[in-house]
Design a protein around this ligand. Structure first.
Ligand SMILES: [Zn+2]
Length: 119
């Protein structure tokens, strides 16, 4: 269930759209047209925990000498990731803020290009 923070309806936002949303690239609700995104900090936290669980899976598999142990911890990591994304809240963002964030991304990209060019 991806509840739109604007119209409080589920069904206007797909989970994969939510996954790739950010301030500069918000999802558009099909029902009300409102923009929303997942907080970068919580998305980053989910990524860190998932990566950590995968690391444990590799370690557990290597230490126990059984790929079944590694595989089951891997499945746990995948399950955690899906669950964490499911409960991730969407935050409303005004159109102007999304545009400003996108412009900031472009400015950052341009700065990186210039640094890469001159270094
Ligand atoms: Zn909506």
């Amino acid at each position: 269930m991806n509840i739109c923070p604007h119209c409080r309806e589920a069904g206007g936002i797909k989970t994969w759209e939510k996954r790739f949303s950010s301030r500069g690239n918000p999802v558009t609700c099909k029902l009300c047209g409102g923009l929303s995104h997942v907080l970068a900090s919580s998305a980053g936290g989910t990524f860190v925990v998932t990566a950590f669980l995968f690391l444990i899976a590799v370690l557990a598999g290597a230490l126990s000498g059984s790929w079944l142990v590694g595989l089951s911890v891997c499945l746990l990591a995948v399950a955690y990731n899906l669950w964490a994304w499911q409960r991730e809240a969407l935050w409303p963002i005004p159109k102007e803020n999304a545009q400003a964030a996108r412009r900031a991304n472009w400015v950052l990209a341009a700065v990186y290009l210039v640094i890469a060019f001159f270094s």
